[in-house]
Design a protein. Structure first.
Length: 513
């Protein structure tokens, strides 16, 4: 394939949704696979919907996922600027070119007039009325008014917009790489505004002018843009430009039920839909992020890559390099992909297990600070090694492994009541004494000592080991007991067991009373 140039073109109207992450990823994979260029273009022509901080958030998210752009507002490039607001001055002449060619016209309707027109139509049963070849004659525009009237309104310069002119009864076919041929009848299209009264182009004009000027070869974007594509194709034709190839990605569906995965589904189903926490100042809502939940970016990438793309084999774990090698547009699936929360957790677990202990330790360090936990590097690394197979999310290290940092205040009493026998107390005291006398407090030495004592005294593992675990960790869940003891250290284990035995004895006495 020659000279692949693709772009991810988000509008900074909010944080980057998981669907946007997928669009960016597929564009990135496609570019890298073909030795092409991955461009980040910020489409900020809609000033009303502009949200401060959204662009920074998008950039930070792409960085976190390792989706580095070759050309972008920050990295620059030969086709810049890469922020549409900074390209403002270049769009008007294209809108005017279409007017000159008779493919666009001026409109003077105010938004109030348009509203009233829409409402009146609705009231008379004409739902979803379109500004088009049928209705434009009843509106205020340069096609319905006399040239003098139009001139006057143009000179006045108020509420002047430009709309695309679309002739009816033409068949427009998109050769979509994902969906095959999708055909529209031009009679069904609305004559969209391409240039606004505020001097800014709309998405439609800016998008195609930029795709053309930036020499975009392939457009890979969400399904929600499919219905705009016939308008885009018409504009390519009107300008005499060759359109890029199009691929429209199907929606990501909610975990349960029908419909698109929305931003509020995260809270509802207990998972994030945004890379990082996001506070919506308009609604005062906080949305929680993948990072804060404890997902690793490479796990999210792997998981998201399979939401709507089929690698062609049964494997599930792919590094970015493998994805680049395998990716192809013809393996993108047409059906919507369902977001499976458990599967996303499974991926994260696999990536945590596979990750180097030192890297995990570095990720946990800020979390240690937050929790006021102070341990040595060596302790942290051993802790990571013991716990990593038992966690799904990074914070699970601290919920499941809390006892590595202090003895829990609450011991699981039920287990103590069930397993602890008062008559075994002398044996436990004897085992503590043996531990005190050990020269080397290693897991294998502790194991041999304890297990031989149990066998020699014919006590049964089931009566002793759970109590030792409970007495050391306060819970029955955790990694290998003897390795846990080694890491906690001789004195700590002896102290914990001694005081836990007092508690168990008291529980038992209370139970017997
Ligand atoms: N600015 C559009 C968006 O926010 C881009 C659509 C496209 O890729 O053409 O999704």
């Amino acid at each position: 394939m020659t000279n692949v140039r693709v772009r991810f073109a988000p509008s900074p109207t909010g944080p980057l949704h998981i669907g946007g992450v997928r669009t960016a990823l597929y564009n990135y994979l496609f570019a890298k696979k073909h030795g092409g260029t991955f461009i980040l273009r910020i489409e900020d022509t809609d000033q009303k919907r502009y949200v401060p901080g959204a662009e920074e958030y998008i950039v930070k998210s792409l960085e976190w996922f390792g989706l580095t752009s070759d050309e972008s507002p920050l990295a620059g490039g030969d086709y810049g600027p890469y922020r549409q607001s900074e390209r403002k001055s270049m769009y008007k002449k294209y809108a005017e070119e279409l007017i000159e060619k008779g493919f666009a016209y001026y409109c003077f309707d105010t938004s109030d007039e348009l509203d009233t027109w829409r409402k009146e139509n609705e009231a008379s049963g004409n739902q979803g009325v379109k500004y088009n070849y049928l209705t434009r004659g009843e509106m205020k525009n340069s096609l319905s008014l006399s040239p003098e009237e139009s001139r006057k309104l143009l000179d006045k310069g108020e509420n002047v917009t430009i709309r695309l002119k679309i002739e009816p009864n033409r068949s427009i076919t998109i050769n979509d790489e994902v969906r095959g041929d999708v055909t529209f009848n031009s009679s069904d299209l609305d004559e969209k505004v391409i240039f606004k009264a505020d001097g800014m182009p709309t998405y439609h004009l800016a998008n195609i002018v930029d795709d053309h000027k930036m020499e975009i070869s392939h457009v890979i974007r969400g399904e929600e843009w499919l219905s705009s594509t016939p308008h885009h194709l018409l504009m390519y034709e009107y300008f005499g430009w060759t359109p890029p190839s199009f691929s429209h990605l199907s929606l990501i569906i909610k975990p349960v039920g029908k419909g698109k995965l929305g931003k509020r589904d995260g809270a509802k189903f207990g998972f994030p839909v945004f890379p990082f926490d996001w506070f919506d100042t308009k609604t005062n809502e906080t949305f929680i992020g993948f990072q804060e939940t404890g997902y690793l970016p490479e796990a999210v990438i792997n998981f998201v890559s399979l939401l709507g793309w089929n690698p062609g084999n049964d494997e599930e774990i792919f590094t970015m390099e493998e994805l680049i090698k395998l990716f192809s547009l013809d393996r993108i699936v047409k059906a919507g992909a369902r977001f499976d929360v458990d599967k996303s957790k499974w991926f994260n677990q696999q990536y945590i297990i596979a990750k180097a202990n030192t890297e995990l330790a570095d990720l946990l360090k800020p979390m240690l600070v937050e929790r006021n936990i102070d341990v040595t590097e060596d302790y942290l690394l051993k802790f990571v090694d013991l716990m990593k197979e038992r966690v799904e999310m990074l914070p699970d290290f601290f919920t499941g492994g809390a006892f590595f940092f202090s003895m829990p205040e609450e011991i699981e009493e039920k287990m103590a009541r069930k397993k602890y026998k008062l008559e075994n107390r002398p044996h436990f005291d004897a085992m503590i004494e043996m531990m005190r006398n050990m020269q080397q407090f290693t897991s294998s030495a502790i194991e041999t000592t304890i297990k031989s004592y149990i066998s020699e005294n014919e006590l049964g593992f089931g009566a002793i080991l759970p109590i030792l675990r409970l007495g050391t960790c306060g819970t029955m869940k955790g990694p290998d007991l003897f390795e846990t003891m080694e890491l906690l250290g001789q004195q700590e284990v002896i102290d914990r067991l001694s005081s836990s035995l007092e508690v168990f004895t008291e529980i038992k006495n209370r139970q017997n009373a």
